[in-house]
Design a protein around this ligand. Structure first.
Ligand code: G1P
Length: 293
């Protein structure tokens, strides 16, 4: 029997150095994409995929993430008095999304180190990991991307990662998976390498910010030496675990919006703005006007 995944872990402790100066005092997870912070989209994807319990791995200076998800009775009374029922309903929905917990990562030691901080909370069950530096929106009619991974996990067990094909010159930015296609779009891994050179890369299938992990990863992380960049790499621990427990990659149906760097962040705001009925027409006119100049 393959255990149902109920818990998700969202690492959100990093300094966000690629986003300075804004990330000095504002956590990069709290940057807005239109009118919601990035982290809310990630939480919503988890919830829409069936997750009921979320652990946010945070650090010093990230308290505003907590503020975002807890109730603010004074604000609610004020909105009520002003008759702002729609906004009030939105806020209440936000607070009821999932059970959200927090744990501190004492020092920045890489993604593997962040995941290790979730050990006590997760216990002995498979769990999801969602990285906040990418928003993934499903292709029209497809399920949320994490749900696509969970469907594969429910059939095969083991661990599962989201995959996206990247051009050769970009393989050195990602964890790259090599393996055989066992179902359309599903690969059973036999190689998994963190940020390889083009020559070392087993394929062009890059891990894309969403994982389902077996709880065995915790013991494996304990035995994993630091890797690329002097950090404890989740990829290295998963590659070692793969010798005992299967790892699958799923080429997901969806579109990734990088928000970990400034240019892609601006693009993501335009893309999401264009999805909004209340903004689309005016935004299109504005962009067309700008392009004519
Ligand atoms: C991390 C992982 C990498 C993965 C990437 C995108 O790298 O270590 O394997 O491909 O996220 O999900 P980072 O972007 O944090 O350097």
């Amino acid at each position: 029997m393959i255990a149902k995944v109920r818990k998700a872990v969202i690492p959100a402790a990093g300094f966000g150095t690629r986003f300075l100066p804004i990330s000095k005092a504002v956590p990069k997870e709290m940057l807005p994409v239109v009118d919601k912070p990035v982290i809310q989209y990630v939480v919503e994807e988890a919830v829409a995929s069936g997750i009921t319990d979320i652990l946010l791995i945070i650090s010093r200076g990230k308290r505003s993430i907590e503020e975002h998800f807890i109730a603010n009775p004074e604000l609610e009374t004020d909105l009520e008095a002003k008759g702002r029922h729609e906004t009030l309903a939105e806020l209440r929905h936000l607070q009821s999304l999932a059970r959200i917990h927090y744990v501190f990562q004492p020092k920045m030691g890489g993604l593997g180190d962040a995941v290790r901080c979730a050990r006590e909370h997760v216990g002995d069950e498979p769990f999801a990991v969602l990285l906040g530096d990418a928003l993934v929106s499903p292709t029209d009619g497809a399920k949320p991307v994490l749900r696509q991974l969970l469907d594969v996990h429910e059939r095969h067990g083991g661990s599962t990662v989201a995959l996206e094909e990247v051009p050769a010159e970009k393989v050195s930015r990602y964890g790259i998976l090599g393996g055989a296609e066992v179902e359309p779009g599903v690969f059973k891994a036999d190689k998994f390498v963190e940020k390889p050179s083009v020559a070392e890369a087993p394929s062009r299938l890059a891990v894309s910010a969403r994982y389902i992990l077996s709880p065995s990863i915790f013991a494996q992380l304990d035995q994993t030496p630091t890797g690329k960049g002097g950090e404890l790499q989740l990829t290295d621990a998963m590659a070692a675990l793969m010798q005992r427990e299967a790892l699958y990659g799923v080429r997901y149906q969806g579109r990734r919006h990088d928000i970990g760097n400034k240019l892609d962040f601006v693009k993501a705001n335009l893309w999401w703005g264009l999805q909004r009925e209340d903004m689309r027409d005016e935004l299109k006119r504005y962009l067309a006007g700008l392009l004519e100049q």
